[in-house]
Design a protein around this ligand. Structure first.
Ligand SMILES: *[C@@H]1O[C@H](CO)[C@@H](O)[C@H](O)[C@H]1NC(C)=O
Ligand SMILES: *[C@@H]1O[C@H](CO)[C@@H](O)[C@H](O)[C@H]1NC(C)=O
Ligand SMILES: *[C@@H]1O[C@H](CO)[C@@H](O)[C@H](O)[C@H]1NC(C)=O
Ligand SMILES: *[C@@H]1O[C@H](CO)[C@@H](O)[C@H](O)[C@H]1NC(C)=O
Ligand SMILES: *[C@@H]1O[C@H](CO)[C@@H](O)[C@H](O)[C@H]1NC(C)=O
Length: 507
């Protein structure tokens, strides 16, 4: 059985949550899993470069290319853990090709940067507001004169904090010297924690807090999640590589030759809505056109993740996306497959999904009547293969083109840049903060962690300047856009109702 779906991701990261309920069982599971994960990581690594002492292979520069900024492969010295930060990476960004390819407007989802920062547009952001966000933060990042300082407050789930920080360090290498001084709080947990109802009015001073997702009732600022640089605990490679693999994988089976059902595989134990989804599995009594499976991560890790290749998962015409404890990291992997995504009505959003549109990029599925909704969606897709295929392709193109790593860095750049413009104080290095650099981070870990850091490391500065940040929405355009999305979803619900009314009439 191919693993076809990554929805269970929330599952593994939610062991933390389940632990509250079933502490002992979860602890044993974690131990088992860590052992298995570590063993697999180590054994697959041994023939690479573990004995060489130099962990960052030098990449050849194309002979024809104008000599651009050199590479700076940091070196970890075996048995020497007194690493220091190298100082020979370029500290300014002087692309020799400034106009191309990014001298263009950024993708549409960048417009929500303005929306996310809107609560502070009038008031600005004071040191007190930032300090107030510390309550739940895992770490604080201060950027000063191009250097990154981190003050760690508490342990995050798995290595979320490490890989998020790693991502920020890579951004600094991609655009050296371009990031302004700033001071921000980052929370690596799932659910948003800054309710907008508590912060209304001009003097409400909401705390600015960065995290991976938010919802319409919260002011949390969304930032790309750790998996863009790899999810070591479950062996999901950095996004740049996964994206290439999926591109290849998509070519393997033509849409029309794929299994004509809806597919989901995941961990149902993280959320009631997933338990509910499982009721739609095919059974003796009913066929809701859905084929649903439970992912067993522990078993998978013992098998060396042989069935975990993301590029092998695009085998069905329809793939279900459903949230877990909050938004699910699986989203981008599912949308990248050029199957049609059946998107169960979400509660949360991440940084890119708000620009995606039902019936253009995915098919909306009700959350209060999943089975009937799925049955109809799959039948519709199999009746209108060209349209369903076009929806699958539109999503896959969106992910491949607008969500490639260059744009992820551009998004981070613009978000941080706009955020820094709002600061009403001069950031200083907090007591207890340490300077962070790739040498220190990567040399402190081994196995899959280090391999993913090497693979996702930015080796030389970008060859161009960031894309141009689009202007904020005017309120009417934004309202129209939201309304258009709601209308498409409603249209599908009307079709569904008609379909089921007809069936019930016949009976
Ligand atoms: C350890 O690394 C530091 C910095 O790279 C270097 O100065 C020092 O000499 C090294 N020590 C040993 C014992 O190799
Ligand atoms: C970007 O393109 C515009 C025209 O679209 C041009 O006027 C501008 O000079 C370009 N900027 C850079 C930095 O090349
Ligand atoms: C769903 O049905 C299929 C086919 O009968 C079965 O193989 C699978 O285990 C079922 N999934 C769950 C979660 O019960
Ligand atoms: C699919 O086509 C069949 C045969 O034309 C029709 O009976 C059915 O209602 C269609 N279903 C949908 C959802 O379009
Ligand atoms: C949404 O649907 C309503 C009612 O059907 C219609 O009046 C409105 O113009 C539609 N909005 C958009 C943006 O298409």
């Amino acid at each position: 059985m191919k693993r076809d779906n990554l929805t269970f991701f929330r599952g593994s990261s939610n062991w933390w949550y389940r632990k509250k309920k079933k502490k002992t069982q979860a602890t044993i599971l974690i131990l088992l899993f860590c052992f298995a994960a570590f063993f697999c990581a180590f054994s697959s690594w041994i023939d690479l470069s573990i004995f060489s002492g130099v962990f960052f292979p030098k990449q050849k520069l194309e002979a024809k290319e104008k000599p651009r900024a050199q590479e700076f492969p940091p070196k970890c010295i075996n048995g020497n853990d007194t690493q220091t930060c190298q100082r020979n990476y370029p500290s300014t960004h002087n692309p020799n090709n400034p106009g191309s390819p990014s001298n263009a407007t950024c993708p549409a989802y960048f417009r929500w940067i303005h929306e996310d920062l809107r609560p502070w547009r009038e008031s600005g952001i004071t040191q007190e507001m930032v300090d107030k966000a510390r309550r739940t933060a895992h770490f604080r990042v201060v950027i000063l004169k191009g250097k990154v300082y981190v003050e760690k407050y508490r342990q995050s789930i798995e290595s979320r904090d490490k890989f998020s920080l790693w991502g920020i360090l890579q951004l600094m290498r991609w655009y050296p010297g371009r990031l302004p001084d700033l001071d921000l709080m980052f929370d690596c947990d799932d659910k948003p924690v800054i309710p907008s109802k508590d912060f209304q009015g001009p003097n409400s001073a909401p705390p600015p807090l960065f995290r991976y997702c938010a919802d319409e009732h919260s002011l949390d600022i969304v930032f790309p999640d750790w998996s863009f640089w790899g999810w070591a605990e479950i062996n999901i490679k950095p996004w740049k590589d996964v994206l290439n693999d999926i591109k290849e994988g998509n070519k393997r089976t033509k849409w029309k030759d794929r299994v004509p059902y809806a597919y989901w595989k995941g961990n149902p134990h993280v959320a009631q809505t997933r338990q509910d989804l499982l009721k739609c599995n095919v059974s003796k009594e009913n066929d809701w056109n859905s084929r649903l499976y439970i992912q067993d991560w522990i078993e998978e890790s013992k098998q060396g993740y042989k069935k975990s290749n993301i590029e092998d998962q695009c085998t069905h015409r329809h793939k279900i996306y459903i949230e877990g404890w909050a938004w699910s990291v699986s989203e981008k992997y599912i949308l990248a497959c050029n199957s049609m995504t059946l998107y169960v009505k979400p509660k949360f959003y991440d940084f890119f999904i708000r620009a995606m549109v039902p019936l253009q990029h995915y098919w909306p599925i009700r959350d209060d009547s999943k089975c009937t909704s799925l049955k109809f969606a799959v039948e519709w897709g199999n009746n209108h293969t060209d349209k369903a295929q076009a929806i699958g392709e539109a999503a896959s193109n969106f992910i491949q083109e607008d969500l490639n790593m260059n744009y992820v860095y551009d998004y981070m750049f613009h978000l941080l840049n706009e955020y820094a413009k709002l600061l009403r104080f001069k950031p200083t290095i907090p007591q207890g903060a340490v300077e962070l650099c790739p040498e220190i981070m990567a040399c402190a870990v081994d196995g899959t962690w280090r391999r993913f850091m090497e693979e996702s490391m930015v080796k030389f500065p970008s060859n161009s300047i960031p894309c141009n940040l689009p202007a904020p929405f005017d309120p009417i355009t934004l309202r129209d856009f939201q309304e258009k999305k709601a209308n498409s979803t409603r249209l599908v619900e009307i079709w569904e109702n008609e379909y089921w009314q007809n069936i019930n009439k016949e009976q």
